[in-house]
Design a protein around this ligand. Structure first.
Ligand SMILES: Nc1ncnc2c1ncn2[C@@H]1O[C@H](COP(=O)(O)OP(=O)(O)O)[C@@H](O)[C@H]1O
Ligand SMILES: O=C(CO)[C@@H](O)[C@H](O)COP(=O)(O)O
Length: 470
């Protein structure tokens, strides 16, 4: 590597894997990269993420030549630490639904409107605060041991800086605005933790990571600058360079619809979370539990790979011949139905084909996200185009159906790891003191092809299925 090239590392520690990119600060070009899989499940030992991070860094050639780094990651995960810095129990993830009743209890105790105003959120099972209430009620001995609560990217940043059992400096835990805003005990207006809500959930106060500003930094054991990190969606917004009018739709393990807003949003219905972003602004966001894995499950059922699923879906007409798949395989967050299950409607002897099932899976997954786009717009956020990212955005059939289900133009950035790229951009910013302007290549503009009947048919079935699930 030329001596005049400055490199930074960006990480995305997401639900299914850890992705590492080593980036040239001057161009934003990826010089090296690495990846490692995560343990499956919705309750995971954080050491699995630590091991994957070390593997992915080694896979990317190490960080000896890196000047700064930042870690983005899956949001909301409950990493509970005792006074010795040990992890008290496996971390409950954003897609674990056992704290659904705890979410209802907290909402009943404090009121949805009050909580939306205090934290930007109305509790659902995904959010950290509900997991702490579950811990208090289901595992009181573990709850009593909790000395600190961190999020996945906070804890990995702490570990990679050299802290842990050998050096359990809990006051060295740091986080950022975007991930703090996903806890349910942080106020995006004041930028302060709401410790009354934390204590009400967990049963007592605890050390919480210091919330760094967008360009604040700490250092690692070798003196490198370390950025505050970001929740994965805020990281993706950094990575794609989302600007006013852009709505990002990320189709990974989670499905998310979000936009950058100069003003905070408050949605007492709880449909749109009033998150903060990683630049000092805000990130209203709607999330679904069921996204890329809907297509994985359907492909598995049909005995094809992703390309085979694409071919089958492309061979079916829009509307899948009337077949409607409501994809609530793991329960659902939007709508808030933690115990719901998936369903298929409209089957006849004529329309029950592999092609229609493939297309119905994609249409159902995207129709749920289109509801999120409506909710974001209802908050006054402008939506001039959708930027499609995440693993399943690589699928041509997904892009084509998105252009039919979303009623705004759909652009697909070149395949990439935009959360990790966004973390790298943050690392470059804390190094240089300003956000670098890195070009983002567009892979394709999906020709607008609005098919409102697809959504209308899906919405009618989903309303009925939701009523059954409640
Ligand atoms: N071409 C494709 N078509 C459909 N799904 C895909 C394709 N490529 C990857 N995926 C799916 O995308 C998901 C991984 O996306 P990613 O954004 O990395 O997830 P996460 O960030 O939640 O770990 C996996 O479920 C994978 O099967
Ligand atoms: O819960 C949310 C956002 O509120 C999810 O977006 C998680 O942050 C998981 O992200 P991925 O692993 O799907 O990228």
């Amino acid at each position: 590597m030329r001596a005049d090239v400055t490199l930074v590392m960006g990480v995305d520690s997401s639900t299914q894997s850890c992705k590492v990119v080593i980036v040239d600060v001057a161009t934003g070009g990826i010089v090296r990269s690495g990846r490692a899989s995560h343990p499956d499940g919705t309750s995971v030992d954080p050491d699995g993420w630590w091991s994957a991070l070390q593997t992915a860094i080694a896979d990317a050639g190490g960080i000896d030549d890196v000047a700064a780094w930042s870690i983005g990651g899956q949001q909301h995960g409950m990493v509970a630490l005792d006074a010795s810095g040990a992890v008290v129990r496996d971390a409950l993830l954003w897609n674990d639904t056992r704290s659904g009743p705890a979410a209802s209890a907290l909402t009943a105790e404090f009121g949805a409107v009050a909580l939306a105003e205090r934290t930007g959120l109305v509790p659902v099972a995904s959010f950290t605060i509900t997991k702490l209430r579950w811990l208090r009620d289901a595992e009181p001995d573990n709850a009593a041991r909790v000395a600190a609560v961190a999020l996945p990217h906070d804890w990995l940043t702490w570990r990679l800086r050299g802290f842990g059992l050998q050096n359990p400096a809990l006051d060295e835990l740091v986080t950022d605005r975007s991930d703090a805003s996903g806890t349910g005990y942080w106020n995006p207006e004041s930028g302060e933790y709401d410790r009354e809500l934390l204590a009400a959930a967990l049963g007592h106060d605890a050390v919480l990571p210091r919330v760094l500003g967008p360009l604040e930094w700490v250092t690692d054991a070798d003196g490198r600058r370390v950025g505050p990190g970001a929740g994965d969606n805020a990281g993706a917004a950094l990575g794609v360079g989302a600007t006013a009018g852009d709505v990002v739709v990320s189709i990974g393990t989670s499905g998310t619809v979000f936009a950058v807003s100069d003003t905070r949003t408050i949605d007492p219905t709880g449909t749109a979370a009033g998150f903060a972003d990683a630049t000092g602004r805000f990130l209203p966001l709607v999330a679904t539990l069921n996204a890329a894995r809907v297509l994985d499950a359907t492909a598995r059922l049909l005995g094809v790979d992703h390309d085979g699923l694409t071919e089958l879906a492309a061979a079916a007409e829009p509307g899948a011949g009337g077949v409607v798949l409501v994809p609530w395989f793991e329960g659902e967050r939007t709508p808030n139905l933690p115990t719901a299950r998936a369903s298929i409607d409209g089957l006849s002897l004529v329309n029950t084909t592999r092609e229609n099932l493939a297309r119905a899976a994609i249409e159902g997954m995207l129709a749920g996200l289109a509801t999120g786009l409506d909710a974001i717009r209802d908050l006054g956020v402008s939506a001039e185009r959708v930027l499609l990212v995440g693993g399943a955005a690589r699928n041509a059939a997904v892009a084509a159906v998105a252009a039919q289900v979303f009623d705004v133009p759909v652009a697909v950035p070149a395949p990439g790891e935009y959360v990790a790229q966004g973390a790298a951009r943050q690392a470059a910013a804390v190094l240089g003191g300003a956000w670098p302007e890195w070009a983002v290549a567009m892979d394709r503009e999906a020709a607008s092809d609005p098919r409102p009947d697809v959504r209308e048919r899906y919405d009618a079935v989903a309303v009925r299925r939701a009523a059954e699930a409640r």
